[in-house]
Design a protein. Structure first.
Lengths: 268, 332
């Protein structure tokens, strides 16, 4: 893979077009509107909460809703990302141009990530508005939390692009959702593996599977800092940096696998 | 120039002619289909070379391997064996496609974009600077008669309009080689003439055009050379003079039936017995005959009390040649 100024221009064009497509897509708009409604709904729930727990509800609900909707958007849009290009044969007029296939994959990935970034910023603004309306204060920790959700979205998007390059939308959605769910409970599997009793002790044959899950599936719990924000704990910049490196590592692996699969495909 | 027989025989035709724009050498493509992994040999040892500045027609029935060959040339499909080069470079290197424009069969575009946006997008893929891109888009939209729809979304375009946008996108980088897969499909007669004129115009500007079509009349009108592919193999190749010149002339005979003429059924039987095929519309009988049986047919018509009103000799058409070859290939 060689990148020069022209290569960046082509990747930028593909990413821009992917974002433009999403912004004109009703599914994306519907998901974003649902997410906004969900966050605003947290204000009503906070009113119903035990006295003093209202801000906690808004905080937890906000983190949960933003993270969930950004990931769901990544899965929904990512599932059809490459499939649609092949199915609708729009790829014919792209690959037949001086566009290496890896640039196409990277462009599609960055385009989808771009749209998730826009969604994330929009949802964060709504969330911050809800917090301040409730009398709360926006801290650096909130910003860091949003940044970490973006890193998680990078991984989920990478997963979706990888499966999209290999299989159909239904399986892409299924596999990506499955790994997303496992990634979210990664720490639970880790604890079960370390426990002196439980499924991995009773069923020794399951241990290699548990080891594989822990070793291969990204730990998405790394990107959830809602408890730290709630407790007012400081989240250091080194944690943010390490999380970014962790996410980038997985993204690189997923995109390499996507490119490898896509490179060999015949567009009949 | 090679003589007709040499060039018509693909086995003796060198693919990598000096300075060829597009060359296929012993190109094969096998697909594996179905659960039983059945192998289908779509292209079998295709070898040809397209010279600079010529219009090269690629002709064959549905499923002959035309589109598969074109897709291999454009990097959409990998070959099983053999090679494709453009401007002397392997098509495996995407850079070579910076000098090539391609219109796929039944082109599909992002229908949420306007005509301007789609051309701008493709222009960016060719790394054309913005100022040049904007100028080129306006020129191309004018050239394909789509200036009026510049800012309309493709979603509302007719098939013919999409085909015109497809032609425009294939020319956005002012390529030296234009590969057009069925460029005249979906166009009305005016549209077909416009695209034919456009292809002529490309040749006048020194461009090379490699195109496939089912519309044999258009191929005959436009092309300098043609290759005929059937069952994945090139069965004939050469200029139209080379391909059709050696086939003998055909004569169109027109005659009018009179009150004393023999009945139609008997007449048809007698004409068919001479190896010619008549068609009758009202009192007019039209017969296409080979030169060798012309005198026998004319004698028959006079004996049958018909008035011969026109006898015109002409070269066999590409369609007649193609139908005859396709029939022979399929054992018809």
């Amino acid at each position: 893979m060689v990148f020069n100024k022209q290569g960046f221009g082509r990747v930028g064009a593909i990413a821009h077009n992917t974002m433009r497509e999403a912004l004109r897509n009703r599914a994306f708009i519907a998901l974003s509107v649902s997410a906004v409604a969900f966050i605003i709904f947290s204000m009503i729930l906070s009113e119903l909460a035990v006295v003093g727990e209202g801000s906690r509800v808004i905080l937890n609900f906000g983190f949960f809703a933003i993270s969930l909707f950004v990931s769901v958007t990544a899965i929904v849009m990512g599932a059809v990302l490459l499939y649609k290009e092949v199915d609708k044969k729009t790829i014919y007029t792209i690959i037949s141009k001086p566009v290496p296939r890896y640039e196409f994959i990277i462009g599609k990935y960055l385009g989808l990530l771009g749209i998730l970034f826009i969604e994330l910023v929009a949802l964060a603004c709504v969330w911050f508005l809800v917090i301040t309306t409730d009398g709360g204060e926006i801290t650096t920790a909130h910003m860091v939390g949003i940044g970490l959700i973006l890193f998680e979205a990078m991984i989920v998007t990478g997963l979706a692009v990888m499966f999209s390059a290999m299989t159909n939308p239904a399986l892409t959605a299924l596999f990506t959702t499955g790994l997303f769910a496992i990634g979210r409970v990664h720490y639970v599997v880790q604890e079960m593996l370390q426990a002196k009793e439980g499924v991995f002790v009773d069923q020794p044959w399951a241990r290699p599977i548990g080891d594989l899950v822990v070793g291969v599936v990204p730990d998405l719990g790394v990107f959830n800092v809602s408890q730290q924000v709630l407790l007012g704990l400081e989240i250091g910049s080194s944690y943010l940096g390490q999380s970014l490196v962790y996410a980038l590592g997985y993204v690189a692996i997923f995109l390499c696998l996507a490119i490898f699969a896509f490179q060999r495909r015949d567009f009949v | 120039m090679q003589d007709a027989n040499t060039e018509s025989n693909p086995a003796e035709n060198p693919s990598h002619e000096e300075g060829s724009v597009l060359a296929c050498d012993q190109l094969h493509k096998e697909f594996t289909i179905g659960l039983r992994l059945k192998r289908v040999h779509a292209v079998r040892g295709v070898t040809f070379a397209v010279k600079p500045g010529e219009i090269f027609g690629y002709l064959g029935p549905n499923g002959a391997g035309k589109t598969t060959t074109m897709k291999m040339a454009m990097g959409l499909i990998g070959s099983t064996s053999g090679s494709v080069t453009m401007f002397g470079q392997s098509v495996d290197d995407p850079k070579v496609r910076s000098r090539v424009g391609y219109l796929p069969e039944h082109p599909y575009f992002y229908d949420y974009l306007t005509a301007f946006e789609i051309l701008d997008f493709y222009g960016r893929l060719y790394s054309i600077p913005k100022s040049m891109r904007l100028k080129r888009i306006d020129e191309l939209l004018e050239m394909v008669g789509m200036s009026h729809a510049r800012n309309r979304r493709l979603r509302g375009f007719s098939k013919g309009m999409l085909q015109r946008v497809g032609i425009a996108q294939s020319l956005i980088a002012d390529p030296d080689l234009v590969v057009l897969d069925e460029p005249l499909g979906g166009l009305d007669p005016i549209g077909r003439k416009d695209i034919r004129d456009l292809i002529y115009n490309l040749r006048e500007r020194g461009k090379t055009v490699f195109f496939s079509s089912h519309i044999l009349h258009d191929i005959e009108t436009i092309c300098d050379r043609v290759a005929i592919i059937n069952h994945g193999q090139i069965v004939h190749m050469g200029s139209l003079d080379q391909l059709l010149g050696g086939e003998g002339k055909l004569v169109d005979v027109m005659a009018l039936q009179g009150p004393n003429s023999v009945d139609e059924k008997t007449l048809c039987q007698k004409i068919e017995a001479l190896g010619a095929s008549p068609s009758i519309a009202g009192s007019t009988v039209t017969i296409v005959v080979e030169e060798s049986v012309l005198s026998s047919v004319l004698s028959l018509l006079l004996e049958s009390k018909l008035n011969v009103i026109d006898v015109t000799a002409r070269r066999i058409s590409l369609e007649e040649f193609f139908m005859r070859e396709a029939g022979a290939e399929d054992g018809v």
